[in-house]
Design a protein around this ligand. Sequence first.
Ligand code: ADP
Ligand code: MG
Length: 464
Amino acid sequence: MGFTWPWKRQERQEPTTPRPPSGNGWNEEACKEWLRHIRTTWAWVFSVNEVPFTFLPEGFRLRPPCVIHATHATFYGMQPMTIPIERLTAEAGKLAQAAQLAKDQTVVIERDGAYVGISLPLPSEFCRRLDYPLVLPIDSQAPLAVYLGLAEGGARLWLSLNQSDSPHVLLAGTTGSGKTNLARAMALCLAQRNKPEDLALVIADHKGHFAALTALPHVIAYALAVPDEVALIRWLVERLDARASGAEKRQPPMVVFMEEISDFLAAGGRQAVEGLIRLAQAGRAEAIHLILCTQRPAAEVLDPTLRGCLPARIVGKVTCATDATIATGQAGTQAQGLIGRGDMLLIAAGERLRFQAFYLPDGELERRVDPLYSLPRPSLAIPSFLADEGGIAGSVSDAQILERLRAGQGVTQIIEELFGCYGGGKWRLCRKRIAEIQEREGLAAASRRRIIQFPIGGERDGQK
Ligand SMILES: Nc1ncnc2c1ncn2[C@@H]1O[C@H](COP(=O)(O)OP(=O)(O)O)[C@@H](O)[C@H]1O
Ligand SMILES: [Mg+2]
């Protein structure tokens, strides 16, 4: 309990918004100017290498010549259909070099109907975030539909867990690709759209990123350490059997979120892997859905049988083409060329879509879950190994809390460091205590709301 996560601390100190180059807000003109420069350089690269490719001209009627997304921009152009796309992708390295991209950044080239799209990452000062919506759009969706973000072109992207081809989701990508952020937004979205008696959430979170969520009344079970996660899988398999045999009747659908499964799969051995496979195979019929996160989609970590039961994938940036193939289950997706920070691919129902995930940092998550804490908590089975120790919320003095609040520390960080609490029912008590102090001292956190356009010239969220 007393240890800290060095990389997590660092993550919190990172500025939440990349600094715009000037003035208040994002500098569209500077970004466009930079893109014009890239385009001229690339046109020159194509001409000296005798590649038959022409960029669409400004003002082209059928398609925008360039679209600026949250983290990348895509130029469109034409290449004769008779010439294979490989002729162009062979030049990707030269294009990356001409644009002075960092070593781990790549240019993604894809045929898109009669056109060819060439995408490159934007420098960080031109990147934007897509804030989790203050009000969810009412798209008359199924209760188990989650709002993921905006697809390219600005369309609202929902994923329904009720569908036969996406009952479970494998969320893969390297550190920093935005898995935790998205998984938390998905859990929040489900909790906002369903009453606790209509939806049960289960959270396995040995990394301590779901603290604010484990305190939700929807949560019927959680595990905050690797051994508990192994026990949690056993408990879930028991629930599955009970539902299948009819011993547990009329139970609400259950969605299970699991952070970094490779850690507890290694600890739990074959039994844990087989437990997950059973849940994945039989879960859909019993309304048990899995959202599994992993940093390492490599074959030796992620059992092929397990992968086979998880047809729906959400993939952020991965380190190499092999990982991209394993994570997406398809060849040639170029997921290694994604930018990170919520730039992701959704693979479901035989389709592949690039999208930008909503951004939901700790403070924002806390603010959104707060109103949900007061919903009535249904009496459901809670596994015995999760018994809470009481009295923790009173173990710290007001002065200590106040000192940290004044220093600008986030609530989650204070609860972890001062109370040594990483989630669950007692987290809520600590949260309440801090909220009382914030209120008394007039220290309520300011709203970080910001409105952004996404993408330029495309549809905006909520304005379909
Ligand atoms: N959707 C997003 N939009 C903008 N930035 C994001 C987004 N998702 C993640 N990030 C940035 O990337 C960092 C790492 O995100 P995180 O969700 O922890 O990734 P992972 O779990 O894959 O390591 C975050 O601290 C945040 O700064
Ligand atoms: Mg993570």
